[in-house]
Structure formats: structure tokens, C-alpha cells
Ligand binder design. Structure first.
Ligand SMILES: C=C(O[C@@H]1C=C(C(=O)O)C=C[C@H]1O)C(=O)O
Ligand SMILES: [Mg+2]
Length: 444
């Protein structure tokens, strides 16, 4: 029998004594492709999250509860452990800047949106489970309605769809800012007066393709997965037709109980196609003052913000994270958290890091609100999942927003002392090359 039918049977037979609080039932199942499975589903929101290590994968359908502000996130922390012994897991994220207005194409995301899904498909290692979530209160009528809603959701589960090569992206491309405005912004940020008060700002660009034929987001992400090693993969579709997809190399943090892993990922050089030349380029990156400064400002900020939250925090030596076309400088941070630190505290402290915002943070955000003439929305936001025992967030870079009338790609570059406008503009193109290579195969 199929897993969803087994879950329906178990729900129908659920003893009255178990109709209490948060309930989660799970059944082993087998799915070839989580993205193919999501593509076939009609119940939304549809969310997908895949860890960089590729050993944990999640696809979710529907919404049982939602958290849409910092207070609701903070309240999660104090919840008693549910009787079922399994914590609810919320999937979602935060926009880049909590105080910046959102353009209409970002409205369905909001500044903060986390969903406790009705249905989860979870792979841990080789084990796949289909999960149904319910939340009962003490009213018999609510309990009946909750059971009926859960069964109805399971009945809607569709068999996997076949993934297809994504439709090729056509449409006129508009850059915001354009190259001359970028030049002016970088020049402003690298004057000695500016650098004295604002050593780093991460400037970004939106590349908008006007099209009424955006590729299917799940086909697109599936095509990107094999060419984006060492990356988190995620897709967030809160409303039909509006989907953010990302192949991000950058972890914001992972927390397992009181243990925290974070990192400074900043500083960039290309790859060459030749192994020896790549090693030379990596050595050049490790020795380069501008790139080291980009990275140093990130780990200094993260370590400083962990003071008071962590009993211990250690920084690794610099290493190279290799992607398909780029290499980045990376330093890992490993910490033990103080007892009562919540994910709401961690998100408020760490996000946005100077890898995507700048330092000092408030000044950088104020500069971007004033001078960046597009809406970042969830680009450079924090995306991931929270439960009481484990939480994990990636930074939403190397991403695309697909909407009914456009595909928008985003790329940014850290501007510090030594940044040159043309080289930083080129870095934006280098960061988009993998995505564009799949979206517009002939042109890459
Ligand atoms: C802002 C982005 O990437 C960030 C900027 C980097 C840089 O300037 O060297 C490198 C990695 C990320 O910290 C992006 O990809 O959009
Ligand atoms: Mg850079």
C-alpha cells in the first residue's frame, strides 16, 4: 500500500486519547526525485530544501500554522515539548532587510514567513518518510475537522511527475543598476572618507528578463543541481506562480541542540578549467589583500555578534570552497551556545552578515535603502528550517525569482578598499554564469 493511503488508515483509526496537541505520523516511502514529486503536487505552499552535504532533503505541502513576525518566531522557543515526542518543523525565511519596502513581486514572501506544513517528505541519508502533521485542540468539533483536513490533504498527493529540461529563457534583459550607475556607486564607496566609516558594503544587481514563459521552477532546480556541487538547494513557492529558487554555497548557521556552525564565505576568484591553474588561482585568492579583507570583515562581525550568545566560538584557518566556475574564501566558525539562546536570537544577531550586507550593518542597510534602486526581497535573505532540536539556514544568493511575467536573477559583490568597478561588475557576471548557463544554454 502507498504511504499516503497507510497514513489515511492510521488517521481514521486514531484513538481519541491521541487527538491531543501536535501530532505527527510518518510512513516509510520511496521517491525517485523530490523535485519531481513536488512538481506534481497541487497543494501549496510547496517548499523544498536540500542541505549542502546532500544527506538531508525536505519537500513540504500545505500549511498548518504560519509565523510571520519576529515575536512569533521568538515564542517558538518557549513551547513545551509535544506529547508525540516530535517537534514541529517550520520552513521558511526572512527577507534581506526587515525594514525595506517589498516590491509587489515579493509580496507573497513578506518580511518573515515560516510554514508548519501539513505534509512533509523527508530524506535523512537513504531513508525517506512521508509525514502528516496535525494540531488538535480540546474541542471535539475541531478534532474532527482537523482529521478530515489531514485526510483530504493526503488524498490530494499525486504520483511523481517526470522532470523535463527547463524551458529556455527568452526575453529582454534589464540590469538594475546598469554598468555606469554601478561604476558611480563603487567609486563613491571606495573614497577614503567613505571607507573610514563604512569599510564594506555589498552592492548587488537585479537582472530582469521580461517573459511570460518562465521555466518550471522544479525542472530548473533539478537541472541546476548536478552543476552546483557544494551548494544548498531550495525552492519556496508560497503562492502559485511565484517561486524563489537558489543554489547557494553559503550557510548562515546550523544549530544542533547547543552546538552552532557558521561561516564567513566571502572573497571570490574564477576557475579555469585546468586543475593546476585552479590551484594557482586558489593560492592567489588566499594571498589577496582585497579578498582577505572582504572575508575578515565577515568573520569579525559574526564572532563579535556571538559574544554573549556563545560560551565558546572558534574560527578555522582560511580554506577554499570550490564551485563549478568560482572559488570562494571560507572560514568556519564552530561554537557552543549559552543555554537559553533561541533561533530568533541567532537570526537577529547574525542576519544579514557582512557577506551580503556590509559593516557596520546599520549604516550599510541605510546606504542600500537609499541607493540600491531595486527591491532585494528575499535575495540575500535567510532561508531554512527551525525545530526545537535542530535549525539550519542558508543565505539566499545565486538565486532566481520566477513570476508570471519575469525571471529575476540576483548577484552581489563585497565592496571594500581596493575594489575596482569593472572587476566587481565582472564578478557579478561570474556569479550568474552557472544559472544562466542552464537558463540560456546556447548563450553561455
Ligand atoms: C552577495 C553574493 O555573494 C557574496 C559575495 C562574495 C564576494 O564578493 O566575494 C562572495 C560570496 C558571498 O559572500 C552573491 O552571490 O550575490
Ligand atoms: Mg568579492
Amino acid at each position: 500500500m502507498l504511504a499516503h493511503s497507510k497514513l489515511i488508515e492510521r488517521l481514521t483509526a486514531l484513538p481519541a486519547a491521541q487527538r491531543q496537541g501536535f501530532v505527527r505520523l510518518r510512513e516509510a516511502t520511496d521517491v525517485t526525485s523530490f523535485l519531481g514529486w513536488l512538481k506534481a503536487q497541487t497543494l501549496g505552499p510547496r517548499l523544498y530544501w536540500h542541505a549542502r552535504e546532500r544527506d538531508r532533503e525536505f519537500a513540504t505541502l500545505g500549511c498548518l500554522r504560519e509565523l510571520t513576525d519576529a515575536a512569533a518566531l521568538a515564542a517558538l522557543h518557549r513551547q513545551p515539548k509535544p506529547g508525540a515526542g516530535s517537534w514541529p518543523r517550520y520552513y521558511g525565511g526572512l527577507a534581506f532587510d526587515p525594514a525595506a519596502a517589498l516590491a509587489p513581486h515579493w509580496h507573497s514572501f513578506g518580511h518573515c514567513r515560516f510554514v508548519l506544513p501539513r505534509i512533509e517528505l523527508i530524506r535523512l541519508g537513504n531513508q525517506i518518510e512521508l509525514v502528516i502533521n496535525l494540531w488538535f485542540d480540546n474541542e471535539p468539533a475541531q478534532q474532527e475537522a482537523e482529521l478530515a483536513a489531514a485526510c483530504a490533504a493526503l488524498q490530494q498527493v499525486q504520483p511523481e511527475a517526470r522532470l523535463l529540461p527547463p524551458a529556455v529563457l527568452h526575453g529582454t534583459r534589464t540590469e538594475t543598476p546598469d554598468a555606469s550607475r554601478w561604476h558611480a556607486l563603487v567609486t563613491t564607496l571606495t573614497t577614503p572618507d567613505h571607507l573610514a566609516v563604512q569599510p564594506k558594503v555589498v552592492l548587488a544587481r537585479e537582472s530582469r528578463f521580461a517573459t511570460t514563459a518562465a521555466p518550471n521552477p522544479f525542472d530548473l532546480l533539478a537541472a541546476l543541481q548536478p552543476v552546483t556541487p557544494n551548494c544548498f538547494h531550495f525552492a519556496f513557492e508560497f503562492e502559485p506562480g511565484h517561486c524563489l529558487i537558489a543554489c547557494s554555497p553559503e550557510r548562515l548557521y546550523r544549530r544542533a541542540e547547543r552546538h552552532l556552525e557558521s561561516e564567513a564565505l566571502a572573497g571570490t576568484i574564477v576557475r579555469s578549467g585546468d586543475a593546476d591553474r585552479d590551484d594557482q588561482l586558489a593560492a592567489q585568492l588566499l594571498a589577496d589583500n582585497k579578498n582577505r579583507l572582504e572575508n575578515r570583515l565577515v568573520h569579525a562581525d559574526i564572532l563579535q555578534r556571538l559574544e554573549g550568545l556563545a560560551a565558546r566560538a572558534d574560527l578555522s584557518a582560511p580554506r577554499i570552497l570550490r564551485l563549478r566556475r568560482l572559488q570562494h574564501l571560507r572560514r568556519d566558525i564552530d561554537a557552543d551556545l549559552e543555554t537559553d539562546v533561541s533561533d530568533a536570537d541567532l537570526l537577529a544577531a547574525l542576519h544579514p552578515t557582512p557577506a551580503v550586507g556590509g559593516t557596520p550593518r546599520r549604516k550599510a542597510l541605510a546606504f542600500l535603502r537609499e541607493h540600491e534602486s531595486f527591491s532585494r526581497g528575499w535575495y540575500a535573505g535567510a532561508c531554512g528550517l527551525i525545530s526545537d532540536d535542530v535549525a539550519e539556514f542558508a543565505v539566499a544568493i545565486r538565486c532566481a525569482l520566477l513570476t508570471p511575467d519575469a525571471v529575476r536573477l540576483y548577484a552581489g559583490a563585497g565592496i571594500v578598499e581596493g575594489s575596482e568597478p569593472a572587476a566587481e561588475w565582472q564578478e557579478l557576471d561570474d556569479k550568474l554564469a552557472t544559472l544562466l548557463g542552464v537558463l540560456q544554454p546556447g548563450d553561455a
